[in-house]
Design a protein around this ligand. Structure first.
Ligand code: CO8
Length: 258
């Protein structure tokens, strides 16, 4: 039923569940994975029936990095001219919320892909790392930036310079992941969070995502103004009227999505 070679995609109600599916390479991210994920995320964004997405891997690996065997023979021009892995920027431009559900290895590009997510939920088996330095390279899909923003300079520098892995507990303590759950319950727990998000008014959900992300991109004064303008803008939606009426009438909101 899936039209992709490297991922499995299914819709469970309002949630799109995407599973990385290259077990022979621990879900290493080659260009075909990039293309498949990009298409699946674009389809999710375009489908009004879908309100949240969960991306997961296998028990052993969320993804063990960019595909080293595919990159190994390339030269500068081969990387630079096609802007190798520039397509992941389209994934980070996904407008609707999505969750990375991580078990096992999330290394290099795998850690970077998880960090593009709006929320990371980790199994107690999760191991995060940026070991690219051991290959003579560096993070290249945002790791040096997003890891630093998430856990601070000290740990990010240490991890990127030594390639050491961070376990799930430390990742939670350091602010990299929202919560840690038993490995056996990972997808179910991520689906619960996705369902909670899917039950919210969708225009406000996208507004929340935009304003939280603005905190990483804008100076505070500009971010505060951006937040307030979006807040004002929501008073032009039917869902604001419905949400506040529902509160006054002590009933759940019935969202229109506009
Ligand atoms: N790429 C390609 N193949 C991989 C990768 C990978 N990243 N990781 C694992 N595999 C393959 C192995 O080669 C092996 O294949 P085979 O059976 O054919 O030899 C299979 O998956 C199973 O792996 P292992 O036998 O190594 O499994 P272990 O349980 O012994 O070890 C590890 C698991 C520790 C995860 C180990 O596989 C490992 O160290 N993997 C590489 C981790 C790594 O270095 N990741 C970073 C890659 S570089 C990167 O992500 C750069 C991102 C930025 C790019 C930007 C470009 C612009």
């Amino acid at each position: 039923m899936s039209e992709y070679n490297t991922i499995l995609v299914e819709q469970r109600g309002a949630i799109t569940l995407v599973k990385l599916n290259r077990p022979q390479a621990l879900n290493a991210l080659n260009r075909e994975v990039e293309k498949d994920i990009r298409a699946a995320f674009a389809a999710y964004d375009a489908d009004p029936s879908q309100r949240c997405l969960v991306l997961t891997g296998s028990e052993k690996a969320f993804a063990a990095g960019a595909d080293i065997k595919e990159m190994q023979p390339q030269g500068f021009a081969e990387m630079y001219l096609p802007d190798w892995f520039g397509g992941w920027e389209h994934v980070s431009a996904t407008r609707k919320p999505w969750i990375a559900a991580v078990a096992g290895y999330a290394l290099g590009g795998g850690c970077e892909l998880a960090m593009i997510a709006d929320i990371i939920i980790a199994a107690d088996t999760a191991k995060f790392g940026q070991p690219e330095i051991k290959l003579g390279v560096t993070p290249g899909i945002g790791g040096s930036q997003r890891l630093t923003l998430a856990v601070g300079k000290a740990k990010a520098m240490e991890m990127c310079l030594t390639g050491r892995m961070m376990g799930a507990e430390e990742a939670e303590r350091s602010g990299l992941v929202a919560k840690v759950v038993p490995a056996a319950d990972l997808v179910e727990e991520a689906m619960k969070t996705a369902e909670a998000i899917a039950a919210m008014p969708p225009v406000a959900a996208i507004a929340v995502k935009e304003m939280v992300n603005a905190a990483f991109e804008m100076p505070l004064a500009q971010g505060l103004r951006f937040e307030r303008r979006l807040f004002h803008g929501l008073f032009g939606t039917e869902d604001q009227k419905e949400g506040m009426n529902a509160f006054a009438e002590k009933r759940p909101g019935n969202w229109k999505g506009r």
